[in-house]
Ligand binder design. Structure first.
Ligand code: PLP
Length: 460
């Protein structure tokens, strides 16, 4: 492609994006496609000869977009809704143009240093300790896997050379995200050595139960090494009692990891700081700007107060990557599995500068306001109940009926096309889950969701 052609198609693509963002609601949130339909619509073999960009762009619009679940739709109210903001999209575009690879400081000083600068700002905005070291991974799953690897390194340094010793044990609540268990699988600790700590009536880890499990494991000759506390669990956004968990970790010298993948963004608003009490005592913490901080996929921030341990776990420098030592030249490849790392900090920087801390806190606040409004509608309708406390921007609720009736309600709501809600299981019952998190979601969308839910219940 010549520079002039790029300019032409680039303008066309940006025009398309601007229209898409302005009129995203023209698509249903959930695409009405069957499994395999897109595959069948595309050629079985790739083209021998290059094709014109007009055709490629036309096929993108005709075939690809209609088969996308529209995560950037303001009616996307499922899982943890997120945002591809215009600022973030521009950052992504420019990062792709630079095509930087921050393996070493030398291979891209800007990729390395902007990551350190943005994460310092974020740490300050979140009230986290100044001395923490941060780096960006693709997902919280990867971040938490690195936390478990660092915990293993701290507990059993020989594991780096000899493989993971049997009997290291990892703890997280029954409500913790599955990524903790996956991390333990990946690091070789093994699923049998992941303890799911019981929760209280509000879905928070019970410290007494944690203490009991640790005691039982010690008595059995096992080696507890890591506890993950979650601030904002996946189903209910419950907040584990981090101070009490930190006390237990200190007593037993265990690595404390905090998974704040979703709720971490709320730390930017002072009224939500209560949820982060005790987090300053963590050995590591993850929060995902790609969940609730207006940053497009993917961007997961991993902080640790013990970067030396993480580095010990992973630093391995082949000859061709040896570089001059300089205390200000951080080589991010030393702190994890990935060698190559793309310029994720650029979109984060664009978003942080364009919104400012106040703008990002205001977005969190607005989403919480919308969720609380929805919860009030549910509470005011005797046919429904709110099933878990609404701490942030998520409401778990159910029709006071059978699982089957709730499933049908969800199917009817989602089939209408304008909104997408998801489900979970709480106290053994099928539960509906509404999450506000897209930058364009407003009163209208949440009101529509309630209208559809209550209308679907009329038919039950
Ligand atoms: N931790 C929590 C609390 C989550 O809710 C999720 C996903 O929703 C994850 C971790 C995994 O996130 P990721 O998709 O970035 O791996």
């Amino acid at each position: 492609m010549t520079p002039e052609e790029f300019r032409r198609y680039g303008h066309q693509a940006i025009d398309w994006v601007a229209d898409f963002l302005a009129h995203g609601e023209r698509y249903p949130v959930l695409p009405p496609v069957r499994p395999g339909e897109l595959t069948d619509a595309l050629p079985a073999r790739g083209p021998e000869k290059g094709e014109p960009m007009e055709t490629i762009l036309a096929d993108f619009e005709r075939l690809i977009v209609p088969a996308c679940t529209q995560w950037n739709h303001p009616g996307f109210l499922a899982y943890f809704a997120n945002s591809g903001t215009p600022e973030g999209i521009l950052g992504e575009l420019l990062a792709a143009a630079l095509n930087g690879n921050g393996m070493l400081w030398k291979t891209s000083p800007a990729v390395t240093e902007l990551e350190q600068v943005t994460l310092r700002w974020l740490r300050q905005w979140s009230g986290l300790p100044e001395e923490w070291f941060g780096l960006i991974y693709d997902t919280a799953s990867t971040s938490s896997m690195h936390a478990i690897a660092a915990a293993r390194e701290a507990a059993d340094p020989e594991s780096r050379t000899k493989g993971t010793a049997r009997g290291l044990v990892v703890y997280a609540s029954e409500q913790a995200h599955s990524s903790i268990e996956k991390g333990a699988i990946a690091i070789g600790i093994g699923q049998d050595y992941v303890r799911k700590v019981p929760v209280d009536a509000e879905f928070r880890m019970r410290p007494d139960a944690l203490e009991e499990l640790i005691a039982a494991d010690l008595a059995a000759g096992l080696r507890p090494c890591c506890v993950t506390a979650t601030v904002g669990t996946t189903s209910t956004t419950s907040v584990d009692p981090v101070p009490a968990i930190a006390d237990i970790c200190a007593r037993h010298r265990l690595w404390l990891h905090v998974d704040a993948a979703y709720a971490g963004s709320a730390a930017l608003a002072p009224e939500f700081r209560w949820a982060f009490e005790g987090c300053e005592r963590a050995d590591s913490m993850v929060m995902n700007p790609h969940k609730w901080l207006q940053v497009p996929m993917d961007c997961s921030v991993f902080y640790t107060s013990r970067p030396d341990v993480l580095r010990r776990a992973f630093s391995l420098i082949p000859e061709y990557l040896v570089s001059a030592a300089d205390p200000r030249a951080v080589n991010l490849m030393d702190y994890g599995v990935p060698l190559g790392r793309r310029f994720r900090a650029l979109k984060l920087w664009f978003v942080m500068r364009s919104y400012g801390r106040e703008g990002l806190a205001a977005a969190v606040r607005e989403h919480v306001r919308l969720a609380r409004w929805f919860a009030r509608q549910v509470e005011a309708d005797a046919r429904f109940e709110v099933v878990a406390p609404v701490h942030f921007s998520v409401v778990n609720f159910r029709f006071r009926g059978s699982d089957e009736e709730n499933r049908k309600i969800l199917e009817r709501v989602n089939a209408a096309g304008g909104v997408f809600l998801s489900s979970t299981v709480l106290h053994g019952k099928y539960t509906l889950h509404l999450a506000v998190g897209n930058y364009q979601t407003g009163d209208r969308h949440v009101a529509k969701a309630w209208e559809l839910v209550s209308g679907a219940a009329d038919k039950s």
